[in-house]
Write a protein that binds this ligand. Structure first.
Ligand SMILES: NC(=O)c1ccc[n+]([C@@H]2O[C@H](COP(=O)([O-])OP(=O)(O)OC[C@H]3O[C@@H](n4cnc5c(N)ncnc54)[C@H](OP(=O)(O)O)[C@@H]3O)[C@@H](O)[C@H]2O)c1
Length: 342
């Protein structure tokens, strides 16, 4: 069974796909371990007047997804079945009646937390246009899916909250993760800072050096603080904290007076406050303007989006098990349609 696309014809309406009435999605009926994520057939959501329906090619998987799934970050008003997935990339299949900026057939990326019509672990998602933008030409669908919320978080950390500029010395704590691998590139290549990356393992070191880090230091090894001091003899201008703990606390002690620490909400334990250092928690802000800023930065430095592993939609539980084992270098993504790599 299928339903026609919205009767208001978009610019590329002649290319519109026929939208089926039902789709495959991965959802949960209760909080629990990865095994609560199961594939099922559900109705395709209908886009409201200011929403678009995206045929999802790939979806990002985040550490926060696992915390929603196991109930750690449960909102009181969560309704089951719950389709997870905060970001992804795909092609617009249908537009709401008041949508003008986006068109059927557009290649887009999108980020929306708590979407009332369901997340991106699905063949289709209906999203407010405020949360959707054209996919930068240099990114594949898979890279777009893996880089949407993490790209917004990384760039806003560097630009809006730390105001990183050329010649500054910046420490990125948790540099080999999904946000960190992008933040290293924005700080080093987009803003021209000296970047000290805190990460463990030889694979992470090799990658981060390629991405522009001037020094890569294993924060869990003895002597790490001494190595940071050697790499930043005049002190640190700023820290982007993507993980917490005693080594982060010690590193904050190396910040110059008037320096800054920014961390996206979710980092635990929260970085401790210090006199004469501004500590700024933030959430990734999403809007067409914010996506445009990200798109410009992505194009200018030809951002690399490291993808640690991909799983098919029906294997979302395996993707969650992988993310919970930790030490993921880059981001994990779900491939939902065959052409996600294009
Ligand atoms: N509020 C928002 O809008 C927002 C948006 C995006 C992300 N976030 C939050 O931002 C944080 C980072 O996200 P992500 O996706 O980049 O996570 P991730 O991929 O898991 O990366 C976290 C990194 O931190 C490192 N790490 C963990 N514990 C450490 C420790 N004790 N010492 C040194 N390094 C440590 C990990 O390194 P190893 O691999 O070596 O363990 C990993 O590279 C998460 O807390 C997430 O919830 C918030």
């Amino acid at each position: 069974m299928s339903r026609p696309a919205h009767p208001k014809r978009g610019r590329k309406a002649e290319n519109r796909a026929v939208v089926p009435a039902e789709m495959e999605a991965v959802a949960l009926d209760e909080f629990g371990p990865p095994s609560v994520l199961t594939q099922r057939t559900v109705p395709v959501p209908r886009p409201g007047p200011e929403e678009v329906l995206i045929a999802v090619h790939a979806a990002g998987v985040g550490v926060w997804d696992a915390k929603i799934r196991d109930g750690t970050w449960a909102d009181d008003d969560i309704e089951f079945p719950l389709i997870l997935g905060t970001d992804g990339a795909g092609v617009i299949a249908e537009i709401g009646e008041r949508v003008r900026r986006l068109h059927v057939g557009d290649r887009v990326w999108a980020y929306t937390y708590d979407n009332p019509k369901g997340g991106f672990y699905a063949q289709y998602v209906a999203v407010s246009t405020k949360h959707v933008a054209a996919l930068p030409k240099s990114l594949t669908m898979l890279q777009g899916a893996a880089g949407a919320v993490t790209g917004l978080t990384a760039l806003q950390g560097c630009d809006d909250h730390l105001e990183i500029s050329r010649g500054q010395t910046v420490l990125i704590f948790g540099a080999s993760g999904a946000v960190g691998t992008l933040a290293v590139q924005f700080a080093a290549r987009y803003r021209g800072a000296r970047v000290i990356a805190i990460a463990s393992g030889s694979n992470a070191r090799t990658l981060l050096e390629k991405l522009g880090a001037d020094a890569v230091i294993d924060g869990r090894r003895r002597g790490a603080l001494e190595r940071i001091k050697e790499a930043a003899p005049d002190g640190l201008d700023a820290i982007l904290a993507l993980a917490g703990g005693p080594m982060l606390t010690a590193s904050i002690g190396l910040i110059k007076h008037g320096g800054r620490v920014a961390y996206p909400n979710g980092v635990e334990p929260n970085p401790r406050r210090r006199r004469r250092v501004r500590v700024v928690p933030y959430d990734a802000d999403v809007s067409p303007t914010k996506f445009a800023e990200l798109g410009r930065a992505v194009g200018k430095i030809r951002l690399v989006v490291p993808i640690a592993a991909t799983y098919q939609l029906g294997h979302a539980a395996k993707a969650h098990a992988r993310i919970e084992r930790g030490h993921v270098v880059g981001r994990i993504a779900l491939t939902i349609r065959g052409a996600a790599r294009s």
